[in-house]
Design a protein around this ligand. Structure first.
Ligand code: FES
Ligand code: FES
Length: 156
């Protein structure tokens, strides 16, 4: 069955027709052209499809699009504030925390959320929080370094 849903995507209202069994990931990428959201496993294992949904990180392949009706979705393409990169985005660049970059949007979204909740994390806490997101390239060291270094900007 097809339904019309309305939700906010990166601050803009979007209206889209979705199938009952379509995932938020499919709708974001295939119907709304939100290609900053990456896809690999489609079964909740790689974490590359992570977005903020109603303020919390979720794997968008595990959310039905109909569940997003009335909700608020933010992707890596939308977390910059007034065109300025958020601190963790800048830190990823400074630390060279990516190679192919395929995992970067998910890490950026999740770590931006994490640092707002825990601006004084230990290395182990960062690793544990991000353990659901896979990177095939970097070995994670630069990613964790970038997040730990960015944390100072999230402390009030
Ligand atoms: S595509 Fe969603 S967790 Fe892998
Ligand atoms: S930088 Fe290539 S998958 Fe992480």
């Amino acid at each position: 069955m097809t339904r019309t849903i309305t939700f906010k995507l990166n601050g803009r209202p979007r209206v889209v027709e979705v199938e009952d069994n379509e995932t938020l990931l499919e709708v974001l990428r295939n119907k709304l052209g939100e290609l900053s959201v990456k896809a690999a496993c489609y079964k909740g294992e790689c974490g590359l499809c992570t977005v903020l949904f109603n303020g919390r990180p979720v794997k968008s392949c595990m959310v039905l699009a109909v569940e997003a009706d009335g909700g608020d979705v933010v992707t890596a393409a939308g977390i910059a504030s007034n065109g300025e990169l958020v601190p963790v985005q800048k830190s990823f660049i400074e630390h060279g925390a990516f190679q192919c970059g395929f995992c970067t949007p998910a890490f950026v979204v999740a770590s931006h959320y994490f640092l707002q909740k825990n601006p004084n994390p230990t290395r182990e806490e960062v690793k544990e929080f991000l353990s659901g997101i896979l990177c095939r390239c970097t070995g994670y060291k630069q990613i964790v370094d970038a997040i730990l270094d960015a944390a100072k900007y999230y402390r009030k």
